[in-house]
Design a protein around this ligand. Structure first.
Ligand SMILES: [Fe+2]
Length: 515
């Protein structure tokens, strides 16, 4: 099927334009005999499956040559990995507006089955990708669904073995829950740096593109995207640490200026993720909260925890946002919101009307309240950048889940670089289950210090911050099994994987049980 927006440029003109741009470039190891540099250096990806299709993505980014011309990219989707039975094909123009990224919303496929896809441009073929459609809306599938979720992959802290091992599981769907890239870098010469960012701190479109390009060249990240469709949301580091809406974490930054940075960061996110047109950025605004339905088995509510928030409460005397505070006047203010009023209402509606047995809320942060001790002073308090800074939103949401009897609500989260299993409670009654995954590479919080606060937080069922990895989930009609997967050493590109802990949630019974 050909995309109607496509105009077939004369190939001669395209190649001539590339040739001119390439004249001074150094040929990469991927260069083919055609003399045109290999353009698919960032791999392929698919995402946001529905019963009759999914998005397929690539971006033309030759190693050395800067593309300036508009390029025709052909795509095809087949029912077999040899690509002999092609069922959909088309072409799309890649141009400088979105950094030669290509997002194709493939439709007309059959529900609940695997497909393979590939792109062609400039006489070259992309790597092969595998994807899978969602089950049909009325399908009461007996087949268990396999999922993975990941977060927090700081390039400089190690290798992405967690991605490789999750790819090896060939899950039906992968959730990227934020900090897919890091805007900030360790100081040059730091012994923390296992492999360095190409640029240090970034704040404009060229900088963010550079960062994604570097991460996307990672073979383990490419393997994961090529193995399974994904659903991505963001946390803070896709823009800046602890930013909130239009406010930088740094004191005194003009919100209008910060929105320019946010626009650049959001655009680069769009350019590098398999997102639908519904997520096209408009200036500093971009819709990433959305729902996915997997037949009658599961509804996934994917949240945006950053774009619409009220400013963090308890802004510190030096003007810095986000931090450890004992309390302050606006901490529990019900007029404050983490998700924004529209998204809060959208989430409540989606939960209340859900046709699914399982309701997974996929988002960026630890949801459970957490009484912490300041690492320096030992004073008890809360971290205001997370849900603890927005307790009114959490209370509204958990009350709604309780009152509406939402079937099997389970939260997935990240950000805190450690594994957590918690009971989410209203008046000491557990109304939802929470699993938070550790980081892919980023440093975890100090284990002993956090272990020491667990008695203050009896709703926490499990915590470990000592290892890096991901979370693997098998979701059936009767139970959800969750496995906390850890890699042997993220500084080792050949790290092995093992299971640290398993939990089961049974249909109709809120809360995780040891498995
Ligand atoms: Fe992080």
């Amino acid at each position: 099927m050909t995309d109607p927006s496509v105009i077939d440029l004369p190939r001669r003109r395209v190649v001539a334009a590339i040739g001119a741009g390439m004249a001074l470039s150094i040929l990469s190891p991927f260069a083919r005999s055609t003399g045109v540099e290999y353009p698919f250096t960032l791999g392929v990806a698919s995402g946001d499956p529905v019963p009759d299709g999914f998005v397929i993505w690539t971006r033309l980014a030759p190693m050395a040559g800067q593309l300036t011309a508009t390029v025709v990219v052909r795509w095809s989707v087949a029912t077999d990995p040899a690509m002999t039975r092609v069922v959909r094909r088309g072409q799309k123009l890649a141009d400088t507006n979105f950094a030669h990224s290509v997002h194709v919303e493939v439709t007309g496929l059959e529900p609940g089955r695997p497909y393979w896809y590939r792109f062609e441009a400039l006489g070259e073929q992309s790597p092969l990708g595998e994807s899978r459609t969602a089950p049909a809306r009325d399908q009461a599938t007996n087949r268990a669904l396999t999922l993975g979720f990941v977060s927090c992959s700081h390039w400089e802290r190690g290798y992405f073995s967690a991605y490789r091992h999750l790819a090896d599981e060939r899950p039906d769907l992968v959730f990227f829950l934020g900090d897919y890239i890091y805007d900030s870098s360790y100081p040059a010469g730091s012994n923390k740096i296992i492999r360095a960012h190409a640029l240090t701190d970034i704040s404009d479109l060229a900088g963010y593109r550079n960062r994604y390009t570097q991460y996307k060249r990672d073979p383990d990240l490419q393997a994961l995207h090529a193995a399974a469709p994904s659903v991505a949301t963001w946390d803070d580091h896709e823009v800046q640490n602890d930013y909130a809406n239009r406010w930088s974490q740094d004191p005194g930054v003009d919100p209008a200026l910060f929105l320019k940075r946010r626009a650049a960061a959001y655009q680069a996110f769009y350019e590098h993720m398999p997102l639908r047109r519904a997520s096209l950025p408009r200036g500093p605004d971009m819709r990433v909260y959305r729902r996915l339905d997997y037949g009658q088995l599961a509804r996934f509510h994917v949240l945006d925890g950053r774009q619409y928030r009220t400013e963090q409460p308890c802004i510190q005397p030096d003007g810095r946002h986000g931090g450890h505070v004992a309390t302050c006047a606006d901490l529990d203010d019900p007029t404050r919101t983490m998700l924004g009023w529209e998204q809060e209402a959208w989430l409540r509606d989606g939960l209340r009307q859900s046709p699914a047995r399982w309701n997974v809320i996929a988002q960026d942060l630890l949801v459970a309240p957490l009484v912490q001790k300041d690492l320096q002073t030992g004073a008890q308090g809360h971290w205001t950048d997370g849900w603890d800074g927005y307790s009114a939103t959490r209370t509204r949401l958990l009350n709604h889940i309780d009152a509406s009897r939402v079937p099997n609500p389970v939260f997935f989260g990240g950000d805190i670089h450690s594994f957590w299993t918690t009971d989410l409670q209203v008046a000491n009654k557990t109304v939802a289950t929470e699993f938070v995954g550790t980081s892919v590479t980023s440093d975890g919080p100090p284990y002993e210090a956090f272990k020491a606060i667990l008695p203050l937080n009896p709703h926490v069922r499990f915590f470990d911050s000592r290892q890096r990895g991901y979370v693997s989930v098998t979701l059936g009609q009767r139970q959800m099994e969750t496995r906390f997967q850890v890699v042997s050493d993220c500084r080792d590109p050949a790290a092995t994987v093992s299971t640290l802990k398993r939990f089961v949630v049974e249909d109709g019974r809120t809360g995780a049980q040891d498995a």
